[in-house]
Design a protein around this ligand. Structure first.
Ligand code: KIV
Ligand code: ZN
Length: 502
């Protein structure tokens, strides 16, 4: 690999998917992986094959079907993990096993209950085992930034000795700040890589202090030539480095960073929307690069400047990240127009899902008149409930007001059988949720509820995102409607369907 080339390693499907409430199916993961290949990231971390049969299946499906990027699977130092990762990756043209173990005192003592010597042995044995399957092995000393630097570096050296070719330094808990991170990375570069041009030094930063992107970029000056990130910055807690922010920082400030990337940024916006739609995680309006306001100008002075010359207030062109389109459909638009809009938005749906989304579009277009691109995206972001085994909302009636205790009656249909339930609550949304819980006969707890406007005006559509908890598992659901109570009920049904299936 050329020394001026920065490798973009995307972990949306592994670390990103670890964000609370996200549970992607294999087909969701395949869709995201295909999109990441279109975006031309260099490495896709497809999952953690040993963590569950579902993850193993998804890593294997991606290894079989997605061409272009290297496909990676995470593995602990356990022999079984390495074997599972190798098995899942076997169909891939280009594959990588990513081995990790913690090196910080708190993780070693409290979590692993291992001594330093035991950790060193585990590193050597696991990297050697991984190399017996693949040529491309990455090693990560977890919680590197809270580790004793000498010990952490010694584990990296042992990994290189055993055959690892990428050494990734994770700021697992988002503790680093750019100035000290760059110092640590300089040490790793000179002591672990030295003059071994075949060794790549990498970063993997979490965003607990909002510094993940800044820390990752600072490491480039210390010689890092791989950055790990996730689309929309999703991931554990406050998330990971945003892949899209790294790509655009490098492209926009190539003069400063002096490295090149292979990514095709024009697919960033579509990738961000796909990830948001399938994970149920909304993208904040002012999110850099992919937020819907990232290229919107509100003040008169700014608008005036941009009309004269876009570069007065813009350092990137919306089109360069794929943010430029204005699709509007009306209530008379038919299946062909709807299919054409989906194609322009790069969305492909199976027949049943297409029919369900089209029916929903017609229902909402009848109420609203016009549906914009954002409305279409919101409609397809609802989980279709047409699949066998899933309940769907047949009807909801609510009553309330400031002198009446709010109540809701819901009817759901499951496998041809209708179930009705009525409940009171401290608001109409709460009453609807209690009634749905009874209809599903599930004791799930609502732990997160968010309403986001999709379009503005009196007839605006809203997207409702909920997260429910059953036992210790969380499940997300999204509902879209011109009516917030109905949108909420649809979101609850989607989440309760997942909880019931678990
Ligand atoms: O944050 C972290 O330490 C990780 C490692 C497994 C690379 O995700
Ligand atoms: Zn991580």
């Amino acid at each position: 690999m050329d020394n001026d080339r920065l490798i973009i390693f995307d972990t949306t499907l592994r670390d990103g998917e670890q964000a609370p409430g996200i549970a992607l199916s294999t087909s969701d993961k395949l869709a995201i992986a295909h999109q990441l290949a279109k975006l031309k990231v260099d490495v896709i971390e497809a999952g953690f094959a040993a963590s569950s049969d579902g993850d193993h299946k998804a890593v294997r499906a991606i290894a079989e079907n997605v061409k272009g990027p290297v496909i990676a699977s995470l593995a602990r130092t356990h022999p079984d993990d390495i074997d599972r990762a190798a098995d899942a990756l076997s169909p891939a043209e280009r594959k990588r096993i990513h081995v990790f173990i913690s090196t910080s005192p708190i993780h070693m003592e409290r979590m692993l209950r291992m001594t330093g010597d035991q950790v060193m042995t585990a590193v050597t044995e696991s990297v050697t085992r991984a190399r017996s399957y693949v040529d491309d092995v990455e090693f990560s000393p977890q919680d590197a930034t809270r580790s004793d630097a000498d010990f952490m570096i010694a584990t990296c050296k042992a990994a290189v000795e055993a055959g690892a070719t990428t050494i990734n330094i994770p700021d697992t808990v988002g503790y680093a700040v750019p100035a000290d991170f760059v110092e640590l990375m300089r040490r790793v570069y000179s002591e672990v890589r030295g003059d071994r041009t075949d060794i790549i030094i990498s970063t993997h930063c979490h965003n607990d202090l909002g510094l993940a992107v800044a820390n990752s970029l600072s490491a480039i000056h210390a010689g890092a030539r791989q950055i790990e990130g996730a689309i929309n910055g999703i991931g554990e807690r406050a998330g990971n480095t945003s892949t899209e922010e790294i790509i655009m920082a490098i492209k926009t400030r190539e003069d400063f960073f002096g490295v090149e990337i292979g990514a095709d940024a024009t697919h960033l916006f579509d990738t961000s929307r796909l990830v948001s739609r399938l994970t149920g995680y909304p993208v904040q309006y002012n999110k850099a690069v992919v937020g819907r306001n990232a290229f919107a100008h509100e003040s008169g002075i700014h608008q005036h400047g941009v009309l004269r010359d876009r570069e007065t207030y813009e350092i990137m062109d919306a089109a360069s990240v794929g943010q430029a389109s204005s699709i509007i459909l009306g209530k008379h638009s038919g299946r062909a127009a709807f299919a054409d809009a989906l194609e322009r938005l790069d969305i492909s749906l199976e027949d049943d899902d297409f029919s369900a989304a089209f029916a929903r579009f017609k229902e909402l277009a009848d109420r609203k008149g016009e549906i914009t691109e954002e409305g279409i995206l919101a409609i397809v972001s609802e989980e279709p409930d047409a699949d066998a085994g899933k309940a769907h909302l047949v009807a909801i009636h609510v009553a309330g007001g400031n002198h009446e205790i709010p109540s809701a009656t819901v009817t759901i249909e499951l496998g041809g059988v209708e179930r009705e339930a009525t409940a009171r609550g401290d608001g109409m949304v709460n009453a609807a949720f209690v009634a749905l819980r009874t209809a599903f006969d599930l004791d799930a707890e609502l732990i997160d509820y968010r309403v986001s406007p999709v379009t503005s005006g009196a007839d605006a559509m809203a997207a409702v995102d909920v997260i429910v908890q059953l036992d210790s598992n969380t499940f997300s659901g999204r509902g879209v409607s011109t009516d917030v109570v109905e949108g909420s009920a649809r979101a609850f049904v989607a989440a309760l369907n997942k909880a019931a299936a678990s």
